[in-house]
Design a protein around this ligand. Structure first.
Ligand code: ADP
Ligand code: MG
Length: 520
């Protein structure tokens, strides 16, 4: 028996074919990976399964051996146990956590039609607790962090799963989860698939795909290039090669820089920095140096980007950039931009980009902020700036008048980076800069950041992705309890990054044992 069977599915948008003759089988109790570059058609397939897109005529979708009428009717798909956590998460920002979890599925008292909120709340908190995230039930979803938002969306899908039936699709839903969040997620998913329910996991994180999935299917330009390969036999390189059709070039790390920066050399000096989590940190960055900060979620490395850029006030601390010294307790975003300090925050859709504006307007936003009006003579200069950055970051399509909301995730992230690189920062601070972007975009972004460093910018990268930190950074500081406790320099490997984050902590495997790919 096959839980989900996709046969000959195609999808054309206008004249563009996003999916061609796609076949996919997912076995009962299986976690099946679906990978491919941005734009390869993964989300389109997920949306065909929920009825958001009507596929071209001629294909078939079967759940538990029975064909679904196409286009899929959302309610019928749900009744057959097909649930999808969409890439956008599909949450309503103005509603609370509990309202989002229960929307459309309230149990009302049959006589009074009143919603039984106490039961709703109990069920909602039980699921969130199992995911290891005590998300406040009455918080508005718009105010939550990326990780909390993802947890709410995942919880909503998991509570809808029918034991022993159907399939849940996770479209990059785990992208913002910390390692601890991932471990909780897979604990819970393990229980779900143990009943025979299946999961289709879309992720750019190769390590996660290798650790957590039983088999993997690879899409390239809307075509399945590898179908249902058992992951036990594969390496990260195998996956990259299948996705790209070639292997990645390695970024060459430079030798560590010389004596401590003085300020007059354009370096960056941080003294006595304290925030909510950061507990008294001194830090120095040479001009041209890329320094990584990492640690478990909440260890302080993840607060640093916001304290250094005026996005969040520090309790105390100073930041010296070149000759200028700033009090971080009274620093704000406007002052930071004027001082040449730029932040590329996590969660591009919420923090960094105006999706309803064009690529050009987004790139020019920080420059215009410091000016009241744009003179006609400045227009030509602006056009040149935008053109240059679109080209440097290989934004696709290379069209400055394209709305950012229409671009793929990787290309949005490139625009976000371009926006801040175009300000010519002296200190560039990035938080999880390649989260949820494909391997090709990751390479482009890494190269652009390294190039900014070569041109004299000091760069701080906060994140937990070991591949990203290894590709980008000259050295990496590992945080625990608000302070750096370890420094990796020279030729460190991704494994050493992971090991140093988790040393002293027990790092669980994402799945205890890989069950047989099919049990029926
Ligand atoms: P992935 O999820 O693998 O990154 P998508 O499925 O989102 O890729 O997109 C596949 C291709 O289809 C992309 O080239 C994208 O631009 C195009 N596409 C997706 N949705 C639409 C749409 N509604 N209209 C036109 N083109 C679309
Ligand atoms: Mg997608």
């Amino acid at each position: 028996m096959v839980r989900l069977s996709v046969e000959k599915v195609a999808k054309t948008f206008g004249r563009f074919q996003a999916l061609r003759d796609v076949h996919l089988d997912v076995a009962p109790g299986e976690i099946h990976g679906l990978i491919g570059q941005n734009g390869s058609g993964k989300s389109t397939l997920a949306k065909v399964l929920t009825g958001y897109h009507a596929p071209d005529a001629g294909g078939r979708v079967l759940v538990d051996g029975e064909p679904l009428r196409l286009p899929v009717h959302p309610r019928k798909a749900a009744a057959r146990g097909l649930a999808v956590v969409h890439q956008s998460l599909g949450l309503v920002d103005d509603l609370t956590v509990v309202e989002n979890l229960r929307v459309g599925r309230f149990r009302a008292n049959r006589l009074t039609r009143a919603i039984r909120w106490d039961e709703e709340r109990r069920d909602a908190s039980a699921v969130l607790e199992r995911l290891g995230r005590p998300v406040p039930l009455d918080a508005r979803v718009g105010e939550l962090s990326e990780e909390e938002r993802a947890t709410v969306a995942i919880a909503r899908a998991l509570q809808d799963a029918t034991p022993g039936r159907g399939l849940i699709v996770f479209d990059e839903s785990t992208r913002s989860l910390s390692r601890a969040g991932l471990e909780h997620f897979y604990d819970m998913l393990e229980d779900v698939v143990a009943t025979g329910t299946a999961a289709l996991l879309i992720s750019h994180h190769m390590e996660e795909v290798l650790e957590a999935t039983d088999r993997v299917t690879v899409l390239r330009d809307g075509v399945v290039v590898e179908a249902g390969l058992p992951t036990a036999d594969l390496t990260e390189n195998d996956l990259v090669r299948a996705i790209m059709g070639r292997t990645l070039e390695q970024v060459i790390r430079r030798a560590p820089s010389g004596p401590a920066p003085t300020g007059s050399d354009g370096g960056v000096i941080v003294r006595g920095l304290r925030g909510e989590l950061v507990a008294g940190v001194d830090l120095e960055l040479h001009p041209g140096e890329v320094v990584g900060v990492t640690g478990l979620s909440g260890s302080g490395h993840d607060e640093l980007p916001y304290l250094l850029t005026g996005a969040r006030p520090a309790r105390q601390g100073t930041l010296q950039v070149g000759e200028d010294r700033h009090n971080l307790a009274r620093f704000d975003v406007g002052t930071a931009i004027a001082a040449g300090v730029a932040l590329v925050p996590e969660g591009r859709e919420h923090a960094g980009l105006a999706l309803e504006l064009t690529v050009a307007d987004n790139v020019l936003l920080p420059r215009r902020r410091t000016r009241s009006a744009v003179l006609p003579v400045e227009r030509a200069a602006e056009t040149a700036v935008v053109g240059e950055w679109v080209e440097r970051l290989d934004v696709r399509p290379p069209d400055p008048s394209q709305l950012v909301g229409k671009l793929s995730g990787g290309n949005q992230q490139k625009v976000l980076l371009a926006k801040w690189l175009a300000t010519g920062p002296r200190l560039l601070v990035l938080h999880e800069p390649t989260q949820a972007v494909d391997v090709g975009a990751r390479q482009t972004i890494s190269e652009a950041v390294r190039r900014a460093a070569t041109e004299g910018c000091a760069v701080l990268v906060a994140g937990t992705d070991e591949t990203e930190l290894t590709m980008l950074c000259d050295r990496v500081l590992v945080f625990r309890d608000g302070r750096p406790v370890r420094e990796l320099t020279g030729d460190f490997t991704p494994d050493e990054v992971v090991e140093s984050i988790f040393s002293g902590h027990i790092r669980k495997r994402l799945r205890s044992a890989t069950p047989p790919a099919a049990n029926g």
